[in-house]
Write a protein that binds this ligand. Structure first.
Ligand SMILES: *Cc1c(COP(=O)(O)O)cnc(C)c1O
Length: 345
């Protein structure tokens, strides 16, 4: 069994992090002359809380996890990059992920010169745990999974994820960007059982705040301490921390919007499977539909000309013929349906 110290890059393990003024002082004071800030223009003259404790306390309360199991970053994308930088030695170590899935894992791997091994999902877009384990070797540090998966929309088989958590001697990342739309429970509640698990969530989808850039990683306190060592000291700015806190106090609004999006997802699905479309729509546990259409490129281009942009996944392995359609407002979805009818008739 590899211990955490065997998985983390040696230079990161040795690293003594930058200690900012606000790190070194903790307590109450009224005169801050420690950080070379301008004394006027409050509150934005001050550096933000480097550990974002107010936001973390609220997330801890919402998710039922300890606050020292939470890392916050500039979108989940920051966490994805930090995971690779913390664990994978450039040019030597590798990671394994699934395909089709979120494109950022591979890009972040390439930036960090980490070999990214992709294991094809099966014909139902499900996870083949044996194939994933088969793709690992002694230099594999991380497995990236995404559930519900983007762009396929399905939850990955839970037992297969458990198998990887138990059998793989390294980190297993479960990206839950779409968890608020899912009928399946989050893995966050099971962090205690799996010290090698990292769960990613975000404010970018269900919470309706892609613009403020706030991503969350949940893991053991030891792993979170490593991320905190590597991150930029003030990686989540003051405006984002304030807005995130306000949004996280609007749980009802979020749930109402999730409910409305799911209602619209079902409506759109029913329209698309029936004539005149008669498309194959893959089951979705997220806020988008993967739809197998006739003439995907022509339909995509036609929609763009009408000012309606969807995602063309026709060139993605296993998604031949597919468009990925995000669920919009009822009005937007009506426009989509109308323009699609126009294009196929
Ligand atoms: C949209 C999405 C994210 C969100 O990334 P942010 O950087 O938090 O906006 C993460 N993972 C997946 C799979 C996504 O589809």
């Amino acid at each position: 069994m590899r211990r955490l110290e065997d998985l983390v890059r040696p230079n990161i393990l040795r690293l003594k992090p930058y200690s900012s003024a606000r790190d070194e002082f903790q307590g109450k004071a009224s005169v801050f002359l420690d950080a070379n800030e301008n004394p006027w223009n409050a509150p934005y003259n001050r550096y933000p809380d480097p550990m974002q404790w107010q936001v973390k306390d609220r997330i801890a309360e919402l998710k039922g996890v300890d606050r020292d199991r939470i890392f916050l970053g500039n979108g989940s994308d920051e966490a994805i990059d930090l995971i690779l930088r913390a664990f994978c030695e450039p040019g030597k170590d590798n990671m394994v992920t699934i395909t089709p899935s979120y494109g950022m894992y591979e890009v972040a791997a390439a930036v960090n010169e980490v070999d990214c091994r992709k294991v094809l999902l099966d014909d139902r877009f499900d996870l083949d745990d044996k194939a994933v384990l088969g793709a690992t070797d002694e230099r594999t540090k991380v497995i990236f999974l995404c559930s519900p998966n983007n762009p396929t929309g399905n939850n990955l088989d839970r037992e297969a994820i458990y198998t990887l958590l138990r059998r793989f001697d390294g980190m297993v990342v479960v990206d839950e960007a779409y968890i608020d739309f899912s009928s399946h429970p989050s893995f966050v509640r099971e962090l205690g059982e799996f010290p090698n698990m990292i769960v990613l969530q975000t404010l970018s989808k269900a919470w309706g705040a892609a613009g403020i850039r706030l991503g969350m990683a949940f893991a053991s306190p030891e792993i979170i301490r490593i991320f905190n060592k590597i991150k930029y000291p003030y990686n989540v700015n003051q405006l984002t921390q304030e807005k995130a806190l306000a949004l996280l106090n609007e749980v009802e609004r979020k749930e109402r919007q999730v409910h409305d999006i799911l209602t619209e997802r079902d409506r759109l699905e029913h329209v698309l499977v029936k004539p005149p479309f008669s498309y194959k729509v893959y089951p979705s546990d997220a806020n988008f539909l993967l739809v197998n259409v006739k003439e995907p490129d022509r339909l995509y281009e036609g929609l763009v000309r009408k000012g309606v942009v969807v995602r063309n996944r026709n060139y993605v392995q296993k998604c031949l013929g597919c468009l990925r359609i995000t669920i919009g407002t009822p009005t937007e979805n009506d426009i989509l349906i109308r323009e699609m009818k126009d294009l196929i008739l």
